[in-house]
Design a protein around this ligand. Structure first.
Ligand code: CTP
Ligand code: MG
Length: 373
């Protein structure tokens, strides 16, 4: 499964796919004012909510952006995911659902449209549209792990240039093939990102290392062929949560961040596979190679976890669908939303994408795959 080369696909098809992907990428990237526009919306909403709900939202709280608006994989059409973060040491709300309902009321009064609150969800949330910017937005309360996993995704986004290229193309593919809707039983964008990172971690040599397993002073020693480094148990300030969220971060300010980013790029460059090869390999891996009955995809481990052991250790159920361990909240399966029939459909879509490239012996066709992307 860790073979990077795809002997059964014509090299000319893969190189054409690579060319087409690099031509497609600029059309998928956000416009230059992406960050600025979203920051204006965030700041204005923060002011409104702080003013309207002074008793419920304590002074010093902030409205934080997470998800694709800040993980390095956003585009102009993406929603703006935000959460209210209380200042360190301030008592969290007893009833996040009630707070979400009050926020929903104030948002309606402030002229937001399509306001839909879900106070009883695992993470209570309100979804709405900001008419002035046209952005679909959502606000949750105290979601520090999402903020932290967004930062982890961003760290991977700069680890190797192929990560961005593949992620943008994959996200576009998933949207165009209608397999990117957690509420309809398919996978969230976050789920696809975890799949991609797992695939890139398990190439030989890897395109990205396991950032959660690297010590802060890692200087790029090859990791394959040597025992895995122990996970460094450094607590990060994810207030109120008792789990290890350390990772090797190339986005820390200053020289140390620059050094780490350079180390990561150097590490990735040992794998010379083209983006086309990797995309085709990704589809093949998830269509044909991964055994979901026995294994759970784990970005935290940089490989696979044993499904039976996870079922014994925590509340994971034994089933035969894809499971994706959350990198920090290890008892949480990001793919739990997958319904069996939808999983079969997603897997068929992976197979279809691969088959278009492999071409059944008659020579594949990269453009027919990208036409649907
Ligand atoms: N998230 C999470 N657990 C999930 C799903 C999402 O923690 N099961 C968090 C992640 O921080 C993720 C964010 O919610 O970055 C937004 O999720 P999602 O909409 O799937 O990803 P985006 O990257 O925002 O993708 P899109 O551009 O499609 O909005
Ligand atoms: Mg989003």
């Amino acid at each position: 499964p860790s073979e990077a080369r795809l002997e059964d696909i014509d090299q000319a098809v893969l190189s054409s796919l690579t060319d087409q992907m690099s031509a497609l990428l600029p059309t998928l990237l956000p416009s230059p004012d992406f960050g600025e526009k979203r920051e204006k919306v965030r700041a204005s909403l923060e002011r409104t909510l702080m003013k309207q709900l002074p008793k419920m939202i304590p002074k010093g709280s902030t409205l934080r952006v997470f998800g694709s608006s800040s993980n390095g994989f956003g585009n102009d059409g993406a929603d703006l995911d935000m959460c209210i973060e209380y200042a360190r040491g301030v008592q969290h709300p007893d009833d996040a659902g009630a707070l979400i309902e009050s926020i929903a009321e104030k948002l309606k009064a402030a002229g937001m449209t399509k306001v839909d609150s879900r106070p009883t969800a695992r993470i209570p949330i309100v979804i709405f549209n900001d008419g002035a910017s046209g952005l679909d937005c959502d606000i949750s309360v105290m979601n520090p792990l999402a903020v932290r996993n967004t930062r982890l995704m961003k760290a991977y986004s700069v680890a190797d240039p192929r990560v961005k290229e593949l992620a943008y193309v994959l996200k576009r593919w998933a949207k165009r093939r209608w397999v990117n809707n957690a509420s309809e039983g398919t996978l969230s964008s976050y789920g696809y990102l975890l799949c991609l990172l797992h695939f890139l971690q398990t190439r030989n040599p890897p395109v990205v290392p396991n950032l959660q397993a690297l010590p802060p002073d890692w200087a790029g020693e090859p990791l394959h062929g040597v025992p895995r480094l122990p996970v460094v148990m450094t607590k990060q300030p994810t207030d109120g949560l008792d789990c290890d969220t350390y990772f090797y971060d190339p986005l820390t300010p200053g020289r140390d961040g620059e050094r780490r980013a350079a180390v990561l790029r150097e590490f990735g460059s040992r794998n010379t596979a083209s983006s086309g090869e990797l995309l085709a390999g990704f589809f093949r891996y998830f269509a044909l190679e991964l055994d979901c009955r026995t294994s759970v995809v784990s970005v935290r481990l940089g490989g696979l976890a044993d499904r039976e052991r996870k079922a014994e250790a925590c509340c994971w159920s034994m089933h035969t669908r894809l499971s994706l361990e959350d990198p920090f909240e290890t008892s949480y399966d990001v793919a739990h939303v997958l319904k069996w029939s939808r999983f079969k459909h997603v897997r068929m879509e992976f197979a279809r994408a691969y088959a278009l490239l492999a071409g059944g012996g008659g020579g594949g066709d990269a453009s027919s795959l990208l036409e649907t992307i």
